[in-house]
Every structure is written in structure tokens, then in C-alpha cells.
Design a protein around this ligand. Structure first.
Ligand code: HEM
Length: 154
């Protein structure tokens, strides 16, 4: 049967999304211990911070003013923060969104998460952003990139 899901409309849906996502993260074999054992996350403060973060990303109204790059960079010497961890994080985030919501904002939040995961991964590991590996581009993006490279003479 066709079941229509709501879109993310505001703070209430963001809280549901964040709560469900971190329940799954905490139960995950690759990611759970990074929060509970390595960072010893205080969930009473982390969850409201993440509501504010996503509300700021999606609606520019959450008042988030932290530094996500620094928060993740300081984990690098202490635990694995590689492609495998970021792929798992993104897979859990996308599937949580899809299980609960559908629509324009649901699509947008998944795109934002993917962009930020790539930026954070690349910056903290000091590697090239994986989006710019031609293997990760669509055929159309590859063609545009090839044309750009030719015209730029590089
Ligand atoms: C391998 C993937 C990831 C892991 C293991 C991870 C883990 C963590 C941990 C342990 C913290 C600190 C929590 C605390 O205060 O104890 C944190 C903070 C945070 N994470 Fe992640 N994270 C990951 C990916 C991401 C991505 C892709 C985003 C953004 C889309 C993100 C957004 C944030 C934000 C906004 C904070 C709060 C930073 C602040 O203190 O202002 N994380 N993360």
C-alpha cells in the first residue's frame, strides 16, 4: 500500500530525526563506541546542539554556532575516522531520513549531509575531497569537467 510520509517542516521533525538517527548511531558497531567510549558524549547537551545545527542548516533559524571541523579533527588521533566510518554515518543518516520523511526538505537535508560528510572527511584526513575523484562523478559531470580541463589548459 502507498504510504505517504510527511516532509521535514520545522523543529519538531528535526528533533524526531536527530533522536532516531543517534539511537541508530549508538547501536552501530562501527560508530557507537566513538560517541560512548572515545568522546564520552554527554547526550543531554549533544542532542540539543544537533537540533540547533540541523535547524540552522535547513531553515537558518537554529542559532548553531559551533565548529564541526574542530570537533571531528580532534577525534582523528584517538580512533578511526576514515572513509568506512563516514560511509556508514551517511548510510545511517540517509536511511533514517527516508524511513521517516519524504519531500523537498528531506532531499535537501540528505544532500547537505553528504556534502558536509565529504568536506569533514577530506579536511580531517588531509586528502582530496572524494567528490572530485572522476570515479565519483556522474557521466554528465565528468563530461563537463573534461571540457573545463581542456579550456583551462590543465
Ligand atoms: C564518521 C562520522 C562521524 C562521527 C564518528 C562523528 C562523531 C562525532 C562526535 C564524537 C562528536 C562530539 C560529540 C561530543 O560532544 O561528545 C561530534 C560532533 C558533531 N558532529 Fe559528528 N561525527 C561524524 C560525522 C558528522 C557529519 C558528517 C556531520 C555533519 C553533517 C557531523 C556533525 C557534527 C556536529 C555539528 C557536531 C557538534 C560540533 C560542535 O561541538 O559544535 N558529524 N561528531
Amino acid at each position: 500500500m502507498f504510504e505517504s510520509k510527511p516532509d521535514i517542516q520545522g523543529r519538531a521533525e528535526i528533533e524526531t530525526l536527530v533522536n532516531t538517527f543517534y539511537e541508530r548511531v549508538r547501536a552501530d558497531d562501527l560508530l557507537g563506541f566513538i560517541f560512548d567510549k572515545v568522546a564520552r558524549t554527554n547526550w543531554e547537551t549533544h542532542l540539543p546542539k544537533m537540533y540547533a545545527f540541523w535547524e540552522t542548516v535547513l531553515f537558518r533559524s537554529g542559532g548553531y554556532t559551533g565548529n564541526p571541523l574542530a570537533a571531528h579533527a580532534k577525534l582523528v588521533p584517538r580512533t578511526a575516522m576514515g572513509r568506512e566510518q563516514f560511509d556508514r554515518w551517511l548510510m545511517l543518516f540517509r536511511s533514517t531520513v527516508d524511513d521517516l520523511f519524504a519531500g523537498e526538505n528531506a532531499g535537501h537535508i540528505k544532500n547537505c549531509a553528504a556534502d558536509m560528510a565529504n568536506v569533514i572527511y577530506a579536511r580531517i584526513n588531509q586528502v582530496a575531497d572524494p567528490r572530485f575523484d572522476p570515479a565519483n562523478l556522474t557521466a554528465e559531470q565528468r563530461e563537463r569537467y573534461a571540457r573545463y580541463k581542456t579550456s583551462a589548459g590543465t
